[in-house]
Design a protein around this ligand. Sequence first.
Ligand code: PEP
Length: 249
Amino acid sequence: MSRRILAAGNWKMNKTPSEATALINELKEKVSNAKNEVLVCPPFVCIPDVCRVAAGTNISVGAQNLYYEDKGAYTGEVSAQMLLDLGVKYVIIGHSERREYFNETNDIVNKKVIQAIKNNLIPVICVGETLEQREDGVTFDFIRTQVKIALRSVCAQDAANLVIAYEPIWAIGTGKVATSEQANEVCADIRRCIAGIYDENTAQSIRILYGGSVNKDCAAELFAMSDIDGGLVGGASLKAEDFSIIADA
Ligand code: PEP
């Protein structure tokens, strides 16, 4: 089964709406013939401008988070319907920064995944181990737990369409990229885990990205690995030139 490579940019808390508009204007020219699917995930307040400038281009727009309730008294939160109404297609869920700084548990991640699917948003579910867990030899067990809980009550048909991003925490924003072999063996194990929960077809459909200091020089080697279907890119997605190279890798 052929899975289209996805180059996903996570802008985190960077770029004002005017800066975001300028970046998309620059990026849209550079990626107009990109080989890979191109996705940008700007901060919430930039999404309306980014959707407007990206309309009619090959750039899809994602959010970095959502809340798991439909609507109501949840001050400061953003719902799936609000995102959908703006033209958002994907939503990052359970990024390690949200797990670490905003106490997002596996159960919360699961509720958000279900809410995204219910509203036709494609979840990009982030999983990944700390350096200590890697050194303790519990990486596979830890990640399988994250995957299994994130997908609780998700049917095979919905699972087949979503995206998982394997992001070792020790590689995020540190400049320390996992080797292609290290990244691929975990992505392959995530795929085996999906096959165990569902079936081989679902496992072969799901896209599994690698994230952690992906840059223009290492992207092609990573994306050529058997079980890596693209990248979730932080720092390098803030530069149009670098991200366009990754979008073509
Ligand atoms: C990320 O934002 O998910 C990420 C992997 O960041 P960076 O590429 O900067 O390490």
